[in-house]
Design a binder for this molecule. Structure first.
Ligand SMILES: NC(=O)c1ccc[n+]([C@@H]2O[C@H](COP(=O)([O-])OP(=O)(O)OC[C@H]3O[C@@H](n4cnc5c(N)ncnc54)[C@H](OP(=O)(O)O)[C@@H]3O)[C@@H](O)[C@H]2O)c1
Length: 250
């Protein structure tokens, strides 16, 4: 199926590994020029080589700590210079942040900054040029927010969902779509640190109807569809990629 993505431009945050890396590669293979940003220069460099080997459009890479207050402005300005215009924004950076019931203020602040505020600020930097052209797509990678334990990242992601739905309501008139992608448990560095192989197998057998954690590619496939013109009637929604898990029992 032609996704009609060829020739489009995209910004992907958290692009060095995990979902962001898979999304960048998939979009590049579909003919999208991606502005790929993260902190790890070596990983972004190897991603470029991987995309070249797969015959994709060479991405522009940009090293930036997303927690830095100036990150949204820096990324948006550099992306607009490199790409001319940004058709697609994939807000993906994030880090699971389990906390005690009374978590440290600094951890709450860092979680809300990285997983909510910076995404909102980067989106606000890039929206004017989308609104002017009456065209654009924003895709926010979130998480399960119905946990039974405290996790600052999941609280921030919950805020992202509410904000996304509000944005979708405001921006439909400008031809801009805003959606969220909610993963279950996907095998990346972000999640691997919490599970031994045995714990993963036992958890998956008990809780995931499809029997295992997902792969970053499973997320990339859904994201690629959602940001494509094929999804032109989909906005303000949360797409779930979780092997049927549906809820977190912890
Ligand atoms: N994997 C899952 O099962 C799962 C479940 C729920 C939600 N999620 C969400 O999905 C998104 C991607 O997760 P993932 O599993 O792919 O994680 P990952 O493998 O740990 O990758 C995270 C990406 O974010 C970047 N990043 C983290 N902190 C950064 C910072 N301060 N500045 C710039 N970049 C930063 C990392 O790049 P550098 O280290 O190079 O900076 C990396 O590219 C996150 O928002 C996460 O919360 C994942």
């Amino acid at each position: 199926m032609d996704l009609y993505l060829k020739g489009k431009t995209a910004v992907v945050t958290g692009a060095s590994q995990g979902f962001g890396r898979a999304i960048t590669k998939e979009l590049a293979i579909e003919g999208v020029r991606v502005f790929a940003t993260a902190r790890n220069e070596a990983l972004l460099h190897s991603l470029k080589a991987e995309i070249a080997a797969a015959g994709g459009v060479e991405p522009v890479t940009f090293i930036q700590d997303f927690e830095a207050p100036e990150a949204p402005q820096q990324i948006a300005a550099a992306a607009l210079v490199a790409l001319g215009q940004v058709d697609i924004l994939v807000n993906n950076t994030g880090r699971s942040r389990p906390l005690d019931v009374i978590g440290a203020e600094e951890e709450w602040r860092a979680g809300m900054t990285l997983d909510f505020d910076r995404h909102r600020q980067l989106t606000q930097q890039l929206l004017p040029q989308m609104m002017e052209r009456k065209s654009g797509v924003v895709l926010n990678v979130i998480s399960s927010y119905e946990l039974r334990t405290i996790n600052a990242s999941a609280v921030a992601k919950g805020a992202i969902v509410v904000w996304s739905k509000q944005l979708a309501g405001e921006l439909g008139q400008y031809g801009i779509r805003v959606n969220c992608l909610q993963p279950g448990l996907i095998d990346t560095a972000n999640i691997r640190r919490f599970f031994t192989d045995e714990a993963r197998a036992a958890f998956a057998a008990r809780e995931i109807p499809l029997g295992d954690f997902g792969a970053a590619q499973d997320v990339a496939d859904m994201v690629t569809f959602l940001v494509s013109p094929r999804a032109k009637y989909i906005t303000g929604t949360v797409a779930v990629v979780d092997g049927g898990m549906r809820h977190h029992p912890f």
